[in-house]
Design a protein around this ligand. Structure first.
Ligand code: BG6
Length: 295
């Protein structure tokens, strides 16, 4: 395949193949395993937007810690199957490159595909095709399109599990979720209401907000920036920070890294799982924009 100028296919850590992008609009890196975006930094922005753990594994078949894991066809633990890998198999399967092209404005468009095969059918007896498409430029657009290639209805969960870099998670606020109902995974999954106008992080936080289709903003005074996530085709959002004890318990997450990151995830899960008729397709998208905070 001929790649456009500024895009290379190379071998990354752990021998994993990745596409690396360096254009006038941005720099980026995407591993073919999981169609996993590990870096995206728009030109002129001094700090990484996506957060990557320094303890991440890069091994065939193991999840990468940070960036944007694509979670599918379930989110979190699989219902009724404790042995199944959390967040589905899409993030650890090899995806195929369908196309890579560039725009006159220096943006790079990528399409990667994952189809049901013997390995996925052994886990979920469902024919499907998933296309992950990205536009990498001054903004980042990601879309996951799933088609039901089977003869029965297909119910699935999905997430673009975006990790963002922050100066200090204790200083940030997350706007756009006021009044929403969430499942508090740090409290047995209890249903609660977001009564504060913004979300602030002062302890382990693991919340699945339901029936929320609006965009979410991350305000980070330490890095003097606002990161906005606009979305379509998504009715859930997750806000996650593991805090101290959970960071220590995760082997691929540095003990002291929790203040540097927050996940704001574009999701369809639990009540908002997608049910697709045979032959139908569904697209979830997230568009990430970074702007400077006024003085
Ligand atoms: C979040 C979940 O989306 O992902 C958390 O809400 C989970 O419960 C976190 O701990 C990380 O998951 P994993 O499987 O990548 O360690």
């Amino acid at each position: 395949m001929t790649l456009p100028s500024g895009v290379r296919l190379e071998t990354g850590p752990g021998g994993l193949d990745r596409l690396s992008v360096e254009t006038t609009a941005c720099t980026a890196e995407l591993f073919l395993q999981g169609a996993h975006l590990c870096r995206w930094q728009p030109a002129g922005h001094p700090h990484p937007v996506l957060w990557m753990s320094r303890a991440s594994r890069f091994e065939a078949g193991a999840p990468i810690r940070g960036g944007v894991p694509v979670c599918f066809p379930w989110f979190g633990p699989r219902a009724g199957d404790a042995a199944a890998p959390p967040h589905g198999f899409a993030r650890t399967r090899p995806w195929a490159i369908e196309s890579v092209s560039s725009t006159p404005g220096g943006e790079v468009d990528m399409r990667l595909v994952l189809r049901a095969d013997a390995a996925t059918l052994a886990i979920v007896q469902q024919a499907f095709s998933a296309v992950f498409s990205l536009r990498l430029g001054h903004t980042l657009r990601m879309a996951l399109e799933v088609t039901n290639d089977g003869a029965e209805a297909f119910r699935f969960e999905e997430a673009l599990h975006t990790y963002f870099t922050v100066a200090d998670v204790r200083q940030v606020s997350v706007d756009g979720l006021a009044g929403a109902t969430y499942l508090d995974k740090t409290d047995g999954g209890r249903r609660k209401t977001q009564s504060e106008p913004v979300v602030r992080i002062a302890a382990e936080t693991d919340r699945l907000y339901l029936d929320t289709t609006a965009g979410v903003s991350l305000i980070d005074p330490g890095l003097a920036r606002r990161i906005t996530v606009e979305k379509t085709g998504s009715a859930s959002s997750v806000v996650w920070n593991p805090w101290i004890a959970k960071s220590r318990a995760m082997p691929d997450f540095g003990d002291d890294e929790w203040p540097e990151m927050i996940c704001i995830e574009t999701v369809n899960a639990v009540d908002n799982a997608v049910v697709l008729a045979p032959g139908a397709c569904h697209e979830l998208s997230a568009t990430v924009t970074v702007t400077a905070l006024e003085g």
